[in-house]
Design a protein around this ligand. Sequence first.
Ligand code: ATP
Ligand code: ZN
Length: 302
Amino acid sequence: MPVTSAPNRLRLAVQKSGRLSTDSLELLASCGIRVKSPKERLLLHSDNFPIDLLFVRDDDIPQLVMDGVCDLGIVGTNVLEEAALERRTQGSASGYLVERPLDFGGCRLAIALPEEKPYASAKDLQGLRIATSYPQLTKRFLAEQKISAEVVYLSGSVEIAPRLGLAEVICDLVASGSTLEANKLRAVETIFKSTAVLLRSTHQLPAEKTHTLEILLRRIDGVQKAAGAKYIMLHAPKTALAEIKKLLPGSENPTVLPLAGDESKVALHAVCSEAVFWETMESLKKAGASSILVLPIEKMML
Ligand code: ATP
Ligand code: ZN
């Protein structure tokens, strides 16, 4: 299906269906970008922001961005780095910019082997077969460790390779480790830590798109800064104010307001850039604070 070009609209590639899809669309929604139609369509236009979304497999995203077919993409650095290494080995251009790391899609690429197999160091991989969907990253690790092992490429279900006798060891993505456990494998070596990123093409953008991108980045920053941040309100005896201010996690210049009908106390409002735990609230209370309220922050523009 030909994809019509829209010269003044940013084109962003996102994963059609998988672990990054929901978070990618939620990030855009938090940035106030509305996309209406269902995901069966390949290309969706936002009706309130000059951006079009292209829904594809995550593996295709680095190439689409590096070739300038899309201006932007949201993809895991595992897929990105693998694609960049692959293109370098083929001698193709592999330019891209990581505009922002994103706070989702966290996982690691790890070497795992059957639970009963002993493992002391990477040297134990010498001469083995390693099944993986990430041959480039695996080969790079082996080269760094000066180990010679055979890399067997599998596009999926890598965790069953040892049982099938295809390989002794695997190198696969791990988040909670439950897939490994279910297959009686244990991770012994992390070779790459990954998160989702907003990726940008190095192809020059026209001025209008550059302006749209600046707005998008500012909004992403606002959403990411607000994530985990809290607005805290409390009453404090004037005498305890200095100690209470010190207890507030990651807050600068709180607002201090007089409290009607009570000369000895003030109201304090502050934005805390870090999470406010029950322990912090208990310490605040101990220091003399009362009526402590902790509120979520949706967006932030500094
Ligand atoms: P596609 O059909 O788009 O190729 P896929 O099967 O390759 O999908 P998913 O399993 O949806 O991909 O994973 C997409 C990305 O999500 C991974 O490349 C990785 O960056 C990230 N991710 C986060 N947590 C995990 C996890 N536990 N296992 C695998 N990938 C994870
Ligand atoms: Zn994929």
